[in-house]
Design a protein around this ligand. Structure first.
Ligand code: ADP
Ligand code: ZN
Length: 737
């Protein structure tokens, strides 16, 4: 009897835990078929119900729950021929899941974003010249032999060789028939060439050298450190962190550069290529699927050394990452508010600490969080206060719209128009910034007062006059602009209220009939490719007046830009968002920072109805330190982040009463703990989005409180999601809408 038991055990298959990219809290157990060797990190294919899914062998030991009979487990189907996911990336997935109170499986989804990449790249069919001469030596054949003899032993693709020799590929077929070539396989080429650290770099000025030295020293230590590179626009932060990248590459490490609007940063890629002889691999949503797979694979094999990407690049399967740079670290584009809510800036710091490396956070207008960390010594704080070379920061002034109002029905003050005229007369450029897409933010009926609103969202429909449409910017709903009011039926009495960039363009066109005007917003037809062309054209001086939304605020270098006008400086300050002051300061500093980057005098003008507002006057006086001091003190005294922690719970569903009831029940079920304050439920400012009603709860705790454990316990015992009801958890919310 006892002998039989033993035999049984020996026959029992090995069991591994496997994390699947699904919303499950824990890895699942699978049995391992004979002949397959598995270790944590291996990519495998497993059955899940009727499906087969790609997943990763996880570190978790024996199932923590009740033991399962291995023979009842379903077997792993296949181990992929792919380098395993590094331990630090696995730890990172678990860490992000813990911090954001999501399931590890949902975080793993961000890793498994290129399914085809798990198999090796297919080599290309190639030809190699063996030797000999053909029967008939035509001109075309001679050219081919010349080309292949130049680099003996090299394998060619047929089309590559035909191109190099300037012949058709049928000529090559003829030579193959005569056995002058052998067929070989050529490994798939790298997506980008290797970077070269010895390409000549610019000579740094003394302030830059000092900053670069600190960064290089930090990278050299190969241990965790976060550095805040805090330098005014044009101080040369990019040149400085390039030195840190060079150091990491010298150590044979991989490098990740996060950029907020990667799709628009062609100038960044160009600069990188000038410095390192090859561009970085790019990772963002506009990359075609096949290319994504190749990049993912080559990051995993270590062939790709440098990736420049959007926030999702954090989850690429790096083998040996040695440095992360987060450019424009304050940017809200780093916050993902969908499925897993995370801030890529914060997670980059975590990723660096798990992998013992440096994380550089670069910005001209750092987030309050990073400034506080810098001042408290948790981050190294490297400041750069001067623009490089002859470039000086623009003279900033406010235009008091009560004293210098625009003409009736117009939006530009005569003072701003005068400044634009002066810049244009010198052959320079002017930029008008207005963060409002479309023609007008609101359309109403002059007779009955009817306002056009979206049926699915609590939002006005925005008129896009060039397309003759009313559009919702939240769900994308659009409709033709009607001739009659849908409420009272009166014809031709709809009016546009307030300005959007399209309306501004109309005004500028009338006022400056000879100027070449370019309108830049995300509505530009032709997408990113078109925007890149426009931005290049502007940089080359092929436009006089640029009108744009916040797209133009980000990192672009326009050498001829000497006048920047902010059409409505008060716009971002009106809402009750606790970050409104910070956001406005950052955005307006970035926008006005577009001026005067190539030397000479330049101006930034802020149209405002409240010139004495502390944020507006801080920007106008150019005293950024005063702004930070004041804002940090305010956050501290009012117990707001980063001096306390906030977590938002967003309860949504298709039935308003059900949503409200669920939100109330959730609040009631919250464990009472000292120091935990729960505000709400309140109807969200965006009370309806895409047909879903929304309520919000806001949890306020001390910084040191284990809010994740608290939330997990609460959700586990609280009312369950059912039907259309969903509860989303947003730790460290950026948006309160
Ligand atoms: P930031 O990122 O701080 O705004 P950049 O690195 O983009 O600044 O530099 C601003 C401009 O000045 C760029 O065109 C850059 O090429 C130029 N520049 C900065 N430092 C130097 C330098 N040491 N030598 C030559 N050009 C420089
Ligand atoms: Zn809508």
């Amino acid at each position: 009897m006892s002998q039989m038991m033993e035999l049984d055990l020996e026959d029992a298959p090995e069991v591994v835990s496997v994390l699947l990219p699904i919303p499950a809290e824990r890895p699942y157990s699978y049995s391992v078929p004979e002949g397959i060797q598995l270790a944590p990190g291996d990519f495998v294919q497993v059955p899940l119900g009727p499906r087969k899914v790609a997943a990763v062998v996880w570190d978790e030991p024996e199932t923590a729950g009740k033991p399962v009979d291995p023979k009842k487990l379903r077997p792993i189907e296949q181990k992929f021929d792919c380098p395993p996911l590094a331990l630090e990336t696995r730890k990172f997935v678990d860490w992000v899941a813990h911090y954001t109170v999501s399931s590890a499986g949902m975080v793993l989804r961000s890793v498994l974003r290129a399914p085809g990449a798990l198999d090796p790249e297919i080599p290309l069919d190639g030809l190699r010249y063996i030797g000999g001469t053909p029967e008939r030596l035509t001109d075309a054949r001679r050219r081919i032999l010349e080309v292949v003899s130049e680099q003996e032993g090299l394998a060619w693709t047929k089309s590559g060789l035909a191109h190099a020799a300037g012949t058709s590929s049928s000529v090559i077929d003829g030579l193959v028939k005569q056995d002058l070539f052998e067929k070989v396989l050529i490994p798939a080429p790298p997506v980008v060439a290797l970077p070269d650290v010895d390409v000549e770099s610019v000579a740094l000025n003394p302030e830059q050298s000092q900053a670069a030295d600190i960064l290089v020293q930090t990278v050299r230590q190969q241990k965790f450190e976060a550095v805040l590179l805090d330098g005014v626009t044009g101080s040369g932060k990019t040149e400085v962190y390039f030195e840190a990248i060079a150091e990491a590459l010298k150590q044979n490490k991989q490098v990740l550069i996060l950029l907020p609007e990667i799709a628009l940063t062609s100038s960044f890629l160009k600069r990188f290529e000038e410095r390192f002889g090859a561009p970085p691999a790019q990772w963002h949503s506009e990359i075609a699927p096949k290319m994504r797979e190749r990049i993912w694979r080559q990051v995993a094999t270590g062939q790709v050394r440098v990736v420049a990407g959007a926030r999702s690049a954090l989850f690429l399967p790096f083998q040996d990452l040695g440095l992360i740079v987060v450019d424009e670290e304050h940017d809200t584009a780093y916050k993902q508010e969908d499925r897993v809510f995370y801030n890529a800036r914060d997670m980059a710091v975590v990723r660096a600490s798990l992998g013992n490396m440096t994380c550089i956070l670069s910005s001209a207008t750092p987030s309050i969080e990073s400034r506080v960390n810098g001042e408290a010594g948790r981050y190294k704080h490297v400041k750069m206060t001067n623009r490089h070379g002859d470039a000086v920061l623009p003279d900033l002034t406010t235009i008091d719209m009560r004293k210098d109002p625009p003409a009736r029905g117009k939006f530009l003050s005569p003072v701003l128009m005068q400044a634009m005229t002066e810049s244009l007369s010198r052959g320079e450029q002017a930029l008008l910034f207005l963060n409002r897409r479309g023609y007008a933010p609101l359309t109403l009926c002059r007779v009955c007062g009817f306002r056009f609103e979206c049926n699915n969202c609590s939002a006005w429909l925005v008129e896009h006059r060039f397309r003759n449409q009313l559009q919702c910017h939240h769900c994308g709903h659009n409709e033709q602009v009607p001739e009659a009011c849908p409420n009272c039926g009166t014809l031709d009495h709809l009016v546009a209220c307030g300005p959007g960039v399209e309306r501004l363009a109309e005004e500028v066109d009338e006022a400056f009939p000879d100027a070449r005007i370019v309108l830049l917003s995300s509505d530009v037809l032709g997408g990113v490719a078109r925007l890149r062309l426009e931005l290049d054209a502007i940089a080359k001086g092929e436009a006089d007046i640029i009108i744009g939304t916040q797209l133009v605020a980000k990192g672009h270098n326009f050498p001829l830009m000497t006048c920047v006008g902010v059409v409505d400086a008060d716009l971002g300050l009106a809402n009750g968002d606790p970050r409104a002051a910070e956001r406005t300061f950052q955005l307006l500093s970035q926008v006005t920072g577009r001026a005067g980057r190539a030397g000479g005098k330049s101006v930034g003008l802020l149209q405002t109805y409240s010139p004495d507002h502390p944020v507006i006057s801080a920007i106008a006086s150019g005293d950024r330190e005063a702004f930070y001091d004041r804002e940090i003190a305010l956050r501290k005294s009012s117990g707001l982040p980063p001096f306390a922690r906030l977590v938002a719970l967003i309860i949504s569903g298709t039935d308003k009463r059900e949503v409200e009831a669920h939100a109330k029940a959730l609040k009631l079920s919250a464990p009472k703990v000292d120091g935990v304050m729960i505000l709400g439920p309140a109807e969200a400012p965006m009370a309806l989005v895409r047909g879903r009603f929304r309520y919000r709860l806001l949890v306020h705790t001390q910084k040191t409180f284990d809010v994740q454990a608290y939330l997990r316990g609460w959700i586990a015992q609280g009312p369950k999601e059912r039907g259309s009801l969903r509860v989303q958890i947003d730790v460290d919310p950026q948006s309160f809408l």
